[in-house]
Ligand binder design. Sequence first.
Ligand code: KG4
Ligand code: ZN
Length: 347
Amino acid sequence: MAKPSSRILGIETSCDETAAAVVEDGRSIRSNIVASQAAEHAAYGGVFPEMASRIHIETIYSVVSEALSAAHAGLEAIDAIAVTRGPGLAGSLVVGMNMAKGLALAAQIPILGVNHLEAHLYSIWLVEDEPEPEFPLLGLIVSGGHTELVLMEDHLKYRRLGGTLDDAAGEAFDKIARLLGLAYPGGPAIQEAAEKGDPEAFKFPRAWLEDSWDFSFSGLKTAVLREVRQQQPELEAGVEAPRPGLPIANIAASFQAAVVEVLVGKTLAAAKEFGAKQIVVAGGVSANQPLREGFEEQSSIPVRTPPLELCTDNAAMTAAVGHQRFNAGQRDALDMDVLPTWPLDGS
Ligand code: KG4
Ligand code: ZN
């Protein structure tokens, strides 16, 4: 078998997943280990940052070791280490960064800092049996922390068109789920509850924000809150459980329909405006079935979404970016800092 042009170890600790992976040629996953902390954070209804970094510290070594052994690769077989540099929780990013620096120093191999948002877009390149996406492509990154519209004219070249002005799409799902007494993470819980509901039961607002590519979900969140309080005035988010009688399925379905309509509508309009050949929808919320269906039904150009296991945070996508950077001759310094608010713009 031909030697791969690169074999990259990826490390990702930007939020509440401790992850490591080995990827060859930017497309071929040799191992992909993800230790999710979701169960630990569930009690808080969201990610508790101090606990996240503590668990990363406890878990990172075994996750990286497992990724190397599952790929049957020692460090000597790795060409470079790609690590999430930002955006994300500062205390969590530092854990992955320090691990990556230690390994790079020990093995005398390059280290490459990766933007977590570009990594979500590159999850599509890991679908090996499908052709590579075509440029220019329009990326919609929808996760617990971000809602970003990005134009990609070539590898590693990004133009940020817009993003959320308040809550991220996933954050809105998580908050509404909590209000309705559903489990964390809220996205899958809302999707499941919505299956039995009528998406037109409630007319929740859609914030189109004409003349901009930005998004806003705070008005929608307030409208749902107002509806729930009207039905059960004593209900406080996360404090009291909703009583029987609250039309949870209809509220979930109507809320989800409002989010999906705006995400699909604005993305398709931007794709048209900028002449995109394809659309890539990535990040945790891209796992949402009605969102995928909305794009499939309404788009005249191909819409690519990663398989479910690559929608949420993982290090294979980090390594996929690492391959592009490594091949482009990029190298980062061993003393680079994490960038908790790093925007995806430029190259
Ligand atoms: O990309 P990700 O794993 O982590 C971040 O970088 O934030 O995204 C997590 C987010 C959570 O807010 C979760 O509720 C949401 O993705 N999510 C979904 C679905 N699955 C996960 N949202 C809507 N529908 C889903 N099926
Ligand atoms: Zn993410």
